[in-house]
Design a protein around this ligand. Sequence first.
Ligand SMILES: Cc1ncc(COP(=O)(O)O)c(C=O)c1O
Length: 418
Amino acid sequence: MQPFDPTWVRSRFPALSQEIDGNIPVFFDGPGGSQVPGSVLDAMSRYLITSNANAHGAFATSHRTDECIASARTAVADLLGCGPDEVVFGANMTTLTFAFSRAIGRELRPGDEIVVTRLDHYANVSPWQALEEEVGAVVRVVDFHTEDCTLDMEDLKRQINAKTRVVAIGYASNTVGTVNDVAAVVRLAHAVGAWVFVDAVHYSAHGPIDVRALDCDFLTCSAYKFYGPHVGILYGKRQHLAQLRPYKLLPAPEEIPSRWETGTLNYESLAGLVATIDYLAELGRCVSLSERANRREALLTALEASRQYERELCEQLISGLSKISGLTLYGITDPARFAWRTPTVAIRLAGKTPYAIAKELGDRGIFTWHGNFYALGIAEKLNVEAGGGFLRIGLLAYNTREEIERLLQALQEIAASE
Ligand SMILES: Cc1ncc(COP(=O)(O)O)c(C=O)c1O
């Protein structure tokens, strides 16, 4: 195996070498959305030139569109470790989660319970809370430990009981980076017959996923977070996709998975999604020096190698941040526990709002995010919501040590300024 080569990775992303206002930009906004390889842009424009049509017609461009959809399902199946017929596409994760939570809600009775967590993006909270009003479900909220922002597993065990029908959990926090022990959560939920709905939107760029090994019932992600275009993805166990009743138009197809896809899909994004997954597979083959690795194997290698590289960057970032006076960092800081965090780091600086810091950094060509990132439970529990939330620095595999040095230097100066 040859080492992960950030120069090779960066050369694939045209956005990284552009100049904005005299600076080569530093993209630390990955948890809000990643940049895309040039091959993804090519695939999207190629689709629109050569294949643009609606699906299931009797002519060439429509056939090509059918092939595009099929190859996108196969590519995602390789990414997640499932069957192509278990892959549903939609506008984004939030829209898919509303659709599936409504369908699951049809099966619930008043008093049935749903467990959500305070650590999650509200895309995996609000759709379930709406079922309180709609079907009389009871939603229980699992807390987290404020000292390291890890999920309180004892509280989770207390909240799950014989009435629990669904446990909705994030794979990783888009704010503080905590990775949850999803496999353990699935075991606890399945022990009482509950389903597990995993939000892997933040996690998916940062590590390999194996839905069969996790044994989760549903898992969602969004390609724009892992170097792809804007398209939502949902894995559902085959039997659930077949048995649950979607809200759909009467003449729409009955077969899985398309019975879950309302309206016309974004076909050019599906073409881009295949190219994204192929880019990751190519990275995996480069790292493993194995041209013969099949796509699933190559994807696992790529995401594992990215994880290792990002972990080193994260160590550099957190160690540098810890030396800045007046800076508070939320989440896991001990490198020995970095297997349980992504390189997404939330901070505050005394006397500065997160917006003001993001603005100062932005003016220097360093792009970070400010606010609560829809993970309102974290911002409220840590008492930062009224003060503008957090500054979020999100690393991806295309970031470098030099970029982190540039950020640390800028933050030192901002912290020292009035
Ligand atoms: C962890 C997490 N879940 C869900 C979402 C919502 O995803 P989408 O924009 O695809 O609806 C986001 C978006 O930031 C996220 O970070």
